[in-house]
Design a protein around this ligand. Structure first.
Ligand code: PMP
Length: 362
């Protein structure tokens, strides 16, 4: 393998329940997993019913161009079908952007503590990653702009960011995009946008009319509870979308995922319920942290990074108690653990386990 492949640090996924249960000698039903920013409510019952209909058709290939899903997305966002790129999760569309627009002798800019897929997608095509320093754990527009080099082709920004949950508000974000040179694509990753209060939501899709160099990415993995199905998408100018579609696998989004995504967008009541659970759970977790005397990074997502000190030791103690969260040392946050917001009972189990872990490790 070329040196740039050998140099890649593999993506670390949340530990699977089955593995932790086996290692810790606990029944799987006793494990609480708050490690991958998943939807604790699962998928909407209407979505599950829609999937059942497609199961009868599994011998057929999915629609490689995703006509029905794209039609629904186009109506929802007020864009043309030719502006949409479907992906096997939004992770896939991030990689499609890298494959279409990066190559050796080019670079991509992203922030310190940014989502781990940006360096990965950059390195895998032999391009150079440039990390701009963060400010208060979040994106620093000035630092990002200063980091852009002559050979930079992509600027990746997650808003809100994972694993910090930090946000550039609509004014800050627009101010940044306006100052990015036209020959640099802005990949605006809005995986957690549904969780934002209305006044913090940017008109990012509307901005596509103004900025030919903007790519907005979204996912059904988080607020819509479809992480296991793998479906996300990008919106961009027709020209940019066309380049990304050229490097896409012809059948990258399976038929169950396409049908599920169409139905998920229709079930607004379910989405509202998920958002309400997230709001309440976030308060429960952060109140718990305050009670335990811990600081945390205020988050706009469905997760929160809490500062626990010796995160590796605390994490091990949590695992022994059957609680899976995410260490974020690989994100440059060695003293934090990222915990996803769960159901009330799950959050409670986690907080109790955390309290025990802190006493043990002190
Ligand atoms: N972007 C961000 C910021 C994320 O946190 C994630 C999930 N970890 C993704 C993209 C990718 O999610 P998916 O591929 O499931 O859409």
């Amino acid at each position: 393998a070329p040196g740039y492949i050998r140099a890649i640090a593999p993506y670390q996924t949340g530990k699977p329940i089955a593995e932790v249960a086996r290692e810790m000698g606990l029944p799987e039903s006793d494990i609480v997993k708050l490690a991958s920013n998943e939807n604790p409510l699962g998928a909407s019952p209407r979505v599950l019913a829609a999937i059942e209909n497609v199961i009868m058709e599994l011998a057929r290939y999915p629609d490689g161009n995703g006509f029905t899903l794209k039609t629904a997305l186009a109506a929802r966002h007020g864009v043309g079908l030719e502006q949409i790129v479907l992906g096997n999760g939004s992770n896939d569309v991030l990689e499609l952007a890298a494959r279409a627009f990066l190559m050796p002798q080019t670079s991509a800019v992203y922030s310190q503590h940014a989502f781990a897929v940006y360096p990965l997608a950059t390195q895998v095509v032999g391009a150079r990653g440039i990390e701009a320093p963060a400010k208060d754990f979040g994106h620093d527009p000035e630092a990002l702009l200063a980091a852009i080099a002559d050979d930079t082709r992509i600027l990746f920004i997650a808003n809100p960011n994972n694993p910090t949950g930090t946000l550039l508000d609509p004014v800050q974000l627009l101010g940044l995009i306006e100052r990015v040179p036209e020959n640099v694509l802005v990949v605006l990753d809005e995986a957690y946008t549904e969780y934002l209060p209305e006044e913090m939501k940017s008109d990012s899709v509307g901005w596509l009319k103004r900025f030919q160099n903007l790519i907005v990415t979204r996912t059904f993995s988080k607020a819509y509870g479809l992480a296991g199905l793998r479906v996300g998408y990008a919106l961009a100018s027709a020209q940019v979308a066309s380049m990304m579609n050229r490097v896409r696998q012809p059948f990258n989004v399976n038929s169950l995922a396409q049908a599920a995504a169409v139905m998920a967008m229709q079930d607004e009541a379910f989405l509202d319920e998920c958002l309400a659970i997230n709001r309440a759970g976030m308060v429960q977790l952060t109140d718990g942290f305050k009670r335990l005397g811990l600081t945390y990074i205020p988050s706009y997502g469905n997760f929160v990074a809490v500062r626990v000190g010796d995160a590796a030791a605390i994490n091990l103690s949590l695992l022994k108690q059957g609680v899976i969260v995410r260490p974020v040392a690989n994100y440059g946050l060695p003293e934090h653990l990222r915990v996803s917001v769960g159901l009330e009972g799950e959050n409670k189990v986690f907080l109790q386990a955390l309290e025990r872990a802190l006493k043990e490790i002190k």
